[in-house]
Design a binder for this molecule. Structure first.
Ligand code: NAD
Length: 419
């Protein structure tokens, strides 16, 4: 099953449980707009290389399109459609006034120089600038895109429309309109949700073992925050492999080694293990913070965690989701667990639109309130419908989306910015 089909399955399961009007499901099963662009870029060796880029705008029923863009060799339209769809549901779960979108470029960012990445980013903006904008579609970082890339994006867009437009993209460096707290927002939001779950179930971090798959922006900060809260970090992994130590490891030491030597596997904090095997090691909490389709029919029976926190988008297949949930594993779903990122992106955008910037305490307080309320609403729906947390999260989002659709009417989303 493809990532997009998997996402549709999650939607269909929730729609069935809540007896959703089939027209709402039908409408949200089709992205509103899809753009595929070819991006010719002059590489450092003087040769021209043409890259394929995507922007999928899934729904603007609840506000402007919003969603990150990624640079990765495996990027394709199916993946971007799935991620754009998830964004619509993620924004609806938190109640922030956005729709959903996603973008990406098929490329090998690790082998490209800063100059090549800058030229590629500027070409991407030139190709899609007519469909993005602070009141239309607001991109953000995702896998292998970072604040520097967002700064290039903002700069190129501002040049094309001939005015300074920091609100066209979020996740920017603080110096050019970024927000304090954005870098750690995805992990911090995940922590707030996990804390709510732990409080509801009278659980205590002491003595609880955690494995974190993916040691990038989301995973590394999550490992750090959980370590500070007295969870024991027993495993980590990145694209080169895994590291395990049942006695616990220091994420700061691992981060230092990754920075110096390129991978967590070079750290002496634990023993090297295969990247896939790390998911099957004993632990209480498994944080999936790498990429989609990691827990599937192939490895679901070997998962030992009691709780899975999906910081990555779509890391659990529909089959694995069903199997694990039936076997008592609690899955805190992506559209809730990683929604802290888009929530602080929303704060960044609000600050850009007002040209007035908030201190970190205000960002954290507002983020905590939104994440806690989203969790509480989902916990109640889970109880009412006797369903999984994922189904309850989709039900929570469908409820808001259905109301917006009823209020706006059938054709509300057909505005197009291109002349
Ligand atoms: P990133 O590029 O900063 O880090 C990705 C990490 O995953 C890297 O350490 C990489 O080595 C590792 N990785 C890649 N393939 C792997 C594999 N097969 N096994 C183990 N590790 C692997 O990306 P990120 O921003 O941290 O995003 C990670 C996930 O979180 C993605 O699914 C992304 O969509 C999701 N997410 C990110 C944000 C955000 O604000 N950054 C927000 C919401 C969701």
């Amino acid at each position: 099953m493809s990532f997009y089909e998997n996402t549709l399955h999650h939607m269909q399961a929730a729609a069935k449980t809540m007896k959703l009007d089939h027209e709402v499901l039908e409408r949200l099963s089709h992205p509103e707009k899809t753009m595929i662009v070819s991006l010719p870029v002059r590489m450092d060796d003087g040769k021209l290389q043409v890259f394929e880029g995507y922007r999928v705008q899934h729904s603007e029923l609840r506000g402007p399109f919003k969603g990150g863009f990624r640079y990765f060799p495996d990027v394709d339209l199916d993946e971007i459609k799935a991620l754009a769809t998830e964004m619509t549901f993620k924004c609806a779960v938190t109640g922030i006034p956005y729709g959903g979108a996603k973008g990406g470029i098929k490329c090998h960012p690790k082998t490209m120089s800063a100059g090549e990445l800058e030229r590629l980013t500027r070409k991407y903006v030139q190709a899609i600038y007519q469909i993005v904008g602070p009141e239309h579609d607001i991109p953000a970082p995702d896998m292998y895109t970072n604040p520097q890339i967002m700064a290039w994006f903002m700069d190129e867009y501002s040049k094309l429309v001939n005015k300074y437009q920091p609100g066209v993209v979020t996740g920017k460096p603080i110096e050019v309109g970024g927000s304090v707290g954005r870098n750690e927002a995805t992990a911090q939001g995940g922590v707030y949700v996990l804390q709510e779950y732990m409080a509801l179930n009278n659980l205590n971090p002491e003595g609880m073992n955690v494995i974190v798959q993916g040691f990038g922006n989301a995973g590394q900060i999550m490992a750090d925050l959980l370590h500070d809260m007295n969870f024991t970090l027993v495993g980590v992994s990145d694209s080169k492999g895994g590291l395990y130590n049942s006695k616990g490891m220091d994420p700061n030491a691992i981060a230092k080694t990754k920075k110096e030597k390129g991978s967590v596997t070079q750290s002496k904090e634990g023993e090297q293990v295969d990247g896939e095997a790390i998911l099957e090691k004993p632990c209480d909490i498994l944080v999936l913070a790498a990429m989609e389709n990691q827990v599937t029919e192939e490895n679901m029976k070997s998962i030992q965690a009691k709780v899975i926190v999906e910081l990555a988008n779509g890391p659990t297949s529909h089959e694995a989701d069903n199997y694990l949930t039936k076997n008592g594993v609690v899955i805190i779903p992506d559209i809730l667990a990683n929604a802290g990122g888009v929530t602080v992106s929303y704060f960044e955008w609000v600050q850009n639109m007002q040209s007035y910037y908030w201190p970190l305490e205000e960002i954290q307080m507002k983020l905590k309130r939104i994440m806690s309320e989203a969790f509480q609403r989902i916990a109640k729906l889970q109880n009412d419908h006797h369903c999984s947390m994922r189904e309850a999260a989709y039900i929570s989002a469908f409820d808001r989306l259905e109301k917006a659709m009823t209020l706006r009417g059938d054709g509300a989303n057909l505005r197009c910015k291109i002349d």
